[in-house]
Structure formats: structure tokens, C-alpha cells
Write a protein of this length. Sequence first.
Length: 297
Amino acid sequence: MLSFLPSVVKGALAFLLLMINTLFWCTLLFALALVKLVLPFAFVRQAIDPALNAVATAWIACNSGWMRLTQNTVWDVQGVAELRYQGWYLVNCNHQSWVDIFVLQHVMNRRIPLLKFFLKQELIYVPVIGLAWWALDFPFMKRHGKAALRKNPKLREQDRETTRRACQKFARVPTSVMNFAEGTRFTAAKHQAQGQPYRHLLKPKSGALALALNAMGEQFHAMVDVTIVYPAGAPTFWQFLCGQAPKIIVRARQLPIPAEFCAGDYEGDSEFRGRFHRWLAGIWEEKDEQIEALLRA
């Protein structure tokens, strides 16, 4: 509707609408979270958690509203009509930009339960939204370098315990547990450093997926494997706000989760770990082929 405006004006307007939307819904979100904090009883959490998720769902719906108002993006989306709003899903996606989160929320909102991400510990300090993520029980993970892990292997247990606690909370209310298996955003430099095993992807990291499946795998209805493609190149968040993402392609498919991956010992069983790696690598090979075909088309 307002796509005729200059890019900078569209970007400023979209950012303003995003801020207003965030502050409005976060006010209600924080009020509900305060009740949960002051009254830490199971029956209170059982009543408050769905309300918190409903507030987040409304925030996402309003974000979709300003996106439609300010942008003229062509959305090519397939595979979401078959999803169910009730239930639990493990969602996996390639990662190129901060925009990926808004894309996923836009196409999945009210089709599956609220997406909840594993976040870096530092993101809890993001003004307003960091506190909102905490209120919604998003798990915050500490990133440890390989040298630190070799020096203190017990650091691995911190993330495992964080994942277990988060999944215990997710089990109470239908939730979509979101994971970017690459662990970081795709860049040409990172791709080159890995030896380019895939044309359009970084190597997947299976640890977080394995932990989530071990904690609540039998509760998931399926894995939703999502592929996002930006034919004009992955936009920065500001470019996205300015309407400089002319077309966004999203493909989703439901994959069965092998029962053995819901009960195995990922850390202690090398054979199990190898099977899990091969399963995820097969998904990644298919995703890489799909991206290549979509870009050619």
C-alpha cells in the first residue's frame, strides 16, 4: 500500500511501527510475566503461559500487518497448509540473516504453535525484546570456544542442562522448538573457511537438535524442515525494512523423526552420534539441492 514511498522513508516508517508494536505488546507481556514471577506455582504457570504465547502471537500478527503496509515483497510459500496449530514441532531452518526470524514468524504464525528459539546468552541484554524472550521462556545458551571446552569439559553440561530445563517448560504448552542447525548466519567467508561442503549452506551442527530430541522427542509430531531463499540475495534487517527484499521463497516439509533419536546417548555413544550426523547431513544435502533448484528457477 505504501510501497511507492522512497526506500529510506519506508524503512523509517517500518521501524517506527515495529517499535510501537513491540512496546505495546511488551507492556502486557511484562505484566503477565510479573504475575508468574511473583506466584511461582505450577497452576499459575499453567494459566499464564498460554496467555503469554497469545500476546506474542498477536505481536507477530501486527508485524505482518506493517510488513504488508510498507512492503511490496512477493511471498512464494509452499508446504505450510498441512501444518497443525495444536501440538509440538521441532523446526529446523537454514540461516542467512536476522530477517529469517521475521520470515519464519510471518509464514508460521497461527499455523503451528509459537516458535521458540535457542538464543545466545548475550541477547538477553537487548533492550525490551531481551526481557520479552526471557518472559516467554526462550532458552539462553552460552557459547564456549573449543579451547575453553577442552580446558573445562564441564562447560558442555551447562548447555545440556539449559536445554533440559527449557524443554521441560515447553512440554507443558504446545510449542514449536526452533533451531538453526548451522549455528550461525551464512556468509561467504564462513563458507570458504569450511571448505564449501555445500553450495549454499554451512555444515549443520547436530548437538542442539540431539539434546532437544532426547529431552522431548517423543512429544514432537514431526520435524518441520524449512528452507528460505532470497533470490536477490539475503537482505540486512535495514534493507528488509526498506522493502529491498523483492521476493522471498519459503519451502516447508514435515519429516518423521526416527524413534531411535529420541532416546539415544548423543554424547556417550559414538555409533549413535554417527547415525545422527548422517541423518542430518542427508537432510542438508537435500536442502542444498533444493536451494540450487529454486535459484535456477
